[in-house]
Ligand binder design. Structure first.
Ligand SMILES: *Cc1c(COP(=O)(O)O)cnc(C)c1O
Length: 365
């Protein structure tokens, strides 16, 4: 069986560094908001190219805290892609704001910039872009709209650590960005973790308070804050792994290239190769109108797959009021996509085997 993602193997090359980092924290006697978090924040901000990084508890909180920190009026709207992991949309809801869903481009699975303007109202305050599957959204037209209407751009970079757009890092393409360090992400902790990057000094200061009970001096509270901190242990582990992120992403790019060059199947749609060298390739997602046949064929031939995601947010029970709304492109994507094995520790032989299995799939349209 070729596993979809083997987290033990992903962390095995870092094991000695991780254990050394963990021992350092255990020895220190200081476990929350200390020098490990500070150090990781500095290193990650330098990597992304922003003035600040604020470590938080997870990716959902990162996005929620950004939206809270802006303190938009209660009836404000935030534009989000209709096809995303539900966390992007939950963040808007948790901040007390209204998500306004916009369809993606069927080729890239990323928010379609041409469809955004029609959804802008006087209440719109921000566009939350999601660099889904590890590829950056088309930021130039989005930036133009944001400038014209005075909107903030917030990036969901939970799947795109190290991706680039026109030479700039994801996380430095808008006003503020939320990262997740969930174990399965391109930069993963050994537990939950998240981070916010921004070059806005005032916003960063507010966020440092908000993640810590609204306080910067213990027992003095300036805002109605949350408890959402990256802990010292996870920060130390992330610092140990960060220097290898670029090489691991390069490895992902090499394997993605094998898929792009090797898969030859008339009815299968591959991800567009145009930006392949800038993508972080968190996932390698293909699309087929008879997905079940393809998935069965892969699984029966020893290839594990995952579907990202089987149900679109607007059809989830959690958002029952939206269940009847039509988002045909989003629905088609959720019906047809399947993710193939891809990680820094997959071998080229593994990928070649997946390619051979796919190319023999008896799945006609
Ligand atoms: C993983 C993920 C999140 C949430 O991150 P957590 O750390 O699990 O809270 C948000 N958005 C996207 C697109 C994700 O993939």
């Amino acid at each position: 069986m070729i596993p979809f993602l083997d987290l033990y193997q992903v962390n095995a090359p870092h094991r000695a560094r991780i254990e050394e980092a963990m021992q350092r924290v255990v020895q220190s006697g200081w476990y929350i908001l200390g020098k490990e978090v500070r150090q990781f924040e500095e290193q990650f901000a330098a990597y992304v190219g922003t003035r600040h990084c604020i470590g938080v508890a997870n990716g959902l909180d990162a996005l929620t805290l950004i939206l809270k920190a802006y303190d938009f009026a209660a009836d404000s709207e935030v534009i989000v892609p209709a096809n995303t992991y539900i966390a992007s949309i939950l963040a808007v809801t948790h901040a007390g704001l209204t998500p306004v869903l916009v369809e993606p481009d069927l080729r890239t699975y990323l928010i379609d910039p041409a469809l955004i303007e029609a959804q802008i109202t006087p209440r719109t305050k921000a566009i939350l872009v999601v660099h889904l599957y590890g590829r950056c959204c088309d930021m130039k037209p989005i930036r133009a709209l944001a400038d014209r209407y005075g909107l903030k751009i917030i990036e969901d970079v939970a799947q795109a650590h190290g991706a680039q757009y026109e030479g700039r890092m994801a996380g430095n393409l808008g006003d503020a960005a939320g990262f997740s360090f969930y174990p399965g992400k391109n930069l993963g902790a050994l537990g939950d973790g998240g981070g916010i990057t921004t070059s806005d000094d005032q916003l960063a200061d507010r966020l440092r308070h908000l993640r810590n009970y609204g306080s910067s001096i213990k027992y003095f509270n300036d805002y109605i804050g949350l408890n959402s901190r990256l802990d010292e242990l996870q920060a130390a582990i992330l610092s140990a792994k960060l220097p290898f992120l670029e090489a691991e992403n390069e490895r992902r790019r090499g394997l993605a290239r094998l898929y792009l060059d090797g898969i030859r199947h008339p009815d299968l749609t591959l991800p567009p190769a145009g930006t392949a060298e800038q993508d972080a390739w968190h996932l390698f997602v293909v699309r087929h109108p008879k997905r079940e046949t393809l998935v069965d064929h892969l699984n029966q031939n020893g290839v594990q797959t995952v579907i990202h995601y089987p149900v679109p947010p607007h059809q989830q029970r959690a958002y029952a009021a939206w269940n009847g709304l039509p988002f045909p492109i989003t629905e088609q994507i959720h019906r047809e996509v399947v993710s193939l094995p891809l990680s820094p520790v997959h071998r080229e032989e593994d990928i070649q085997r997946v390619i051979a299995v796919i190319n023999q799939c008896p799945c006609e349209r």
